[in-house]
Each structure stands twice: as C-alpha cells, then as structure tokens.
Design a protein around this ligand. Sequence first.
Ligand code: PLP
Length: 387
Amino acid sequence: MDPSSRSAPSQLAPVSVAATEGGSGLVEAGAVLTIDLAAIRANYRELSRTAAPAAVAAVVKADAYGLGAAKVASALIKEGCRTFFVAHLMEGVSLRGAIGPRGDIFVLNGLNPGAERACSEAGLIPVVNSLEQLAGWRNHASRLGKTLPAALQVDSGMSRLGMQPQDVARIQADPDLLKGVETRLVMSHLACADEPASPANERQRQRFEALRAILPAAPASLANSSGIYLGPAFQHDLARPGAALYGINPTPGRINPMRPVVSVAARVIQTRSIEAGEGIGYGHSAVAASPMRLATIAIGYADGWHRRAAARGFLGDVPLPFIGRVSMDSIILDVSALPEGAPARGELVELIGRHQSVDDVAGHAGTIGYEVLTGLGNRFHRIYLGE
Ligand SMILES: *Cc1c(COP(=O)(O)O)cnc(C)c1O
C-alpha cells in the first residue's frame, strides 16, 4: 500500500487533450490511454501487403493486448479481416458477442475437458493441440450429429502447444480419429521469429511442412508478426499477427515498419522543491545531490509501470527523468530542467508517445513491448481515435 498517493478527488484544470475527449472522466482520471484505431487499421493493411497473397488474421487475445478486443476487431472488420484468434475460450465467447455471428474465431489454448459444448454453442473453432482434445471434439460432434470445425496445431519445435510427430502419425494410421471434424486450418508457432538469423526458424518451417503433408489438406498458418518478415516461405495461407497490429516492432533492431498505436500520459498531481540531501521515494533509493524540483504524476506499478523501471516522461520536448522508485499509484519526476513554475498541476506528462515508443519503455524496464501493453491496468481514461 502506498499511503502517500491516496488523494481526494481532484479539481484539475482542463488540459490540451480535452478536445479529443470522447466522454466524461478525463479530468478525473490520473492517466490517459489513447488508442489509435486508424493506426491499427493502417498496420493491418501494411501486414496484408507484406504477406500477400496470404490472408491476414488478427490475434486479439488478452483483450487485444490490453487495447480492447471488441473495438479492435470491429475496426479490423472494416479492413476486411474475417479471422480472429483468442487464447481463452471465454475471450472467444465475449468476442463472438461483440462481432456477431460472422467471422471465424479460433481459440489458441484449445479445449478444456467438458468445455466442448460452450465452444460449439458460441460458434468458436478450437485449436486442437492434442489427441485428447481431438477425441473430446470428435465425440461432441458425434453427440450433435454434426461436423464441427477445428484447427489442428502441430508442435514444430517450440515445445509449448500442439500435437507431436507421434500424434500426427496416429492420425495418419487411423483417419477415423478425425471423424466428424472438419480441418479448417493446420498451424504451428515459431519460437524465434524475432531472431531472423536463428536456424530454429528454418528447422521449424521444415518440420511444419513435413507434418502438415500428413494431415488433411487445409490452409496452413505458421507466421506471427515477426514471422511475416521472415519472408514468403513462412507466410503460407494465413498469417497471425498480434503485436505488429498494435505498433510493436516485428523487426527488432531494424526500423519499425508499423505505425504507433498507443500513447500514455499521466497527470501532475503535486510539485515541490527540495534541498540537497533529501531522500526521494520509497527506500530513499535516490537522494538529492543538489537542490532540485520534483513533480509527482498519477501513474504507478498498479497501472503496469514496472517498479524498478528506469525511464522518463516528456513535457513538450523536455525529458523528465524518473527519480526514486515507482510507487503503486505515483511516480516522482525530476523537473529541474523546466522553467520555474512548470509543470502546472493537472498537466499531462507523456510516457508513451511521440518521444518514447512502447518498445523504448519495455527496454527501460528490461522487458518486451507485449508485457508493457498487456500490463496497462484498468484505471486509465481511454480515448479511442478513429472510431
Ligand atoms: C500470441 C500468438 C500469436 C501472435 O503473436 P505476435 O508475436 O503478437 O504477432 C500468433 N500465434 C500464436 C499461436 C500465438 O500464441
């Protein structure tokens, strides 16, 4: 618990983003998360161009990496996207509610025992990862007296999910294992796609080709975001990007071909001047070497900002370094570089945006952009652009 930051409801001055406000709550919010749906659509077009003639699905698991699966899917449907991947069955159920009866929704984690009925009733397609899951789905199809669609996932060398070569051999020996099951997709997942020089990529591709040749003929899918950039041999019939849609660089170390999607800004809730020798924040992990000015902003590790992240915010073009530890609900910034009197209470400090990308922030925290996005909490005032 971080007692210093439990403040009374604030009476904050209007700020510049007020013009783009969609509803109420902006002034009350400590931090603002802006999601550019037009940029997500542009990224989908870019990925489609790169992967063509392969089709491009959208991976919207974990609420579209924290950005709002219903809004993201609706925006992508306008770009012609008709195939979506979620991780959990219940994510698929809520996505089906949001997008209506059309469009394929694949459930990557497959079927828990007994979950077959919920899956078929919501019109979801399970990614079958084992012979046990296949048996559950086949038996459910037989109970219903219907053919049910499935994706068959093979493990081409990630050792996480999917049928192993001996499972595929069993299906080859006994095609009745697929009775009542329509193979809509054969897929696998790359472990090292973001390392183009890794020999694991080509090894996985070859194993995938060998395994899918044994299974019923169906569209094939191997590439995630980075996989698309490994070239045509990895693109098959359907690519499955997530991260790149949301602006994360699928080509680490090279120029990001995607448009930025997310910006995050947090409000200044208090400023102060301190003398040399004063300790700053929990554990006094920082001590002022000389007199300095500080501003406290309303975002913390409860909002997904790593406690030990060394990072900075920006006001205009001026970088404002974090100083001391990140608290649950607040972060202290060194604002000595700003003119006297700045920043004003209520001003918004940019944390992700024009000066600092999701990938930059991840680098400061020693993690990846995926974790930064999915970690953003539910206390943000959300603004959707391009709805
Ligand atoms: C998460 C996931 C994806 C999307 O990966 P990105 O790197 O975000 O593009 C694709 N396929 C599977 C099986 C996944 O789990």
